[in-house]
Design a binder for this molecule. Structure first.
Ligand code: ADP
Ligand code: MG
Length: 288
């Protein structure tokens, strides 16, 4: 039987854009000791604008590099993709038609274009291929940089900037007041991760995280006795959302993320996440 208070809270929560799939996990949110936020689109706005783009391939102009990248990004739903496509439109670049588009989970995308295999990768993805970052790729601490490869050879990079959401600080402060440790895990680079973490006063962060790492991060914390909530929005987040004691899928997200999460939040507003955790606490207290 469903305890009445929980049933009522569940219907109230629907009005707040909150869908509880696993009531036990929701009730367990009172035990939380740690929350791991994803960065892009949750703590930050997820609205990227291109700040710089550079070809490092002989005879290729910077604009050609951007056109190649934008041709692929047309098929991607990542916030980075929207920024790159927008820039190509501003510059009125003519884009080719890629074939065999694929997401490389948590690392980037790839497709065939004009007889070449093009990939666009995170710094972590580049590192995994043991390719060194070109000099000058990172200039400022608030830029996210992605790397463009043609047939596994680096041909250039694109820098983009995102912004911290106005609501993030308040959400972090609220959670901190309740003694919850706040961490961030992101596929983005070390410099950006550090800057966001320091600005918001987080207790720590993990950068250049690959999909399989997120689950392990949670396991390790749980082994130390931590009770862990995690937010995520992508396919790559599904194993970690399942591993977490409270898995929270945010934003429109993907179906895979939503299917493995305990709780689904329609908006990716971090204040909703803070409220949800406090709401779980209040619901439980009423039942006592
Ligand atoms: P996050 O949500 O923290 O950005 P993701 O797992 O969605 O984590 O992506 C990890 C990293 O992979 C991104 O930070 C970016 O560097 C790279 N990436 C993912 N998708 C794309 C894309 N469409 N274009 C370029 N880079 C991408
Ligand atoms: Mg993501």
């Amino acid at each position: 039987a469903v305890p009445l208070v929980v049933a009522i809270s569940t219907s109230v929560s629907a009005k707040h854009g909150l869908l509880i799939r696993n009531r036990t996990a929701f009730e367990n949110s009172r035990n939380l000791t740690t929350i791991i936020f994803d960065k892009t689109g949750t703590l930050t706005k997820g609205e990227f604008g291109v700040t710089r783009f550079k070809s490092v391939a002989e005879g290729m102009e910077d604009k050609d590099l951007l056109a190649i990248a934008a041709a692929l990004e047309n098929s991607s739903e990542h916030p980075i993709a929207a920024g790159i496509v927008r820039k190509s439109k501003e510059l009125e670049l003519k884009l080719g038609k890629p074939e065999n588009f694929q997401n490389i989970t948590g690392m980037g995308i790839k497709a065939n274009l004009d007889g070449k295999e093009i990939s666009i990768l995170s710094p972590g993805g580049l590192k995994q291929k043991e390719i060194e970052q070109p000099e000058g790729a990172f200039k400022t601490e608030d830029e996210t940089v992605v790397f463009v490869l043609s047939d596994e050879k680096l041909i250039g990079y694109i820098a983009l900037a995102d912004e911290i959401r106005d609501e993030s600080q308040e959400a972090i402060n609220t959670l901190k007041k309740h003694g919850i440790k706040i961490l961030m895990a992101t596929g983005d680079n070390e410099i950006v991760a550090k800057a966001v973490s320091e600005t918001l006063g987080l207790d720590g962060y993990y950068s250049e995280v690959l999909p399989e790492d997120k689950q392990k991060i949670i396991k390790d914390l749980q082994a130390k006795g931590e009770f862990v909530a995690m937010t995520g929005d992508g396919v790559n987040d599904a194993p970690a959302l399942a591993q977490a004691d409270v898995g929270i899928a945010v934003g429109s997200g993907t179906d895979v993320a939503a299917e493995t999460a305990d709780i689904i939040l329609v908006n990716s507003n971090p204040i909703d996440i803070a409220n949800l955790i406090l709401f779980g606490t209040a619901t439980y207290k009423k039942m006592m």
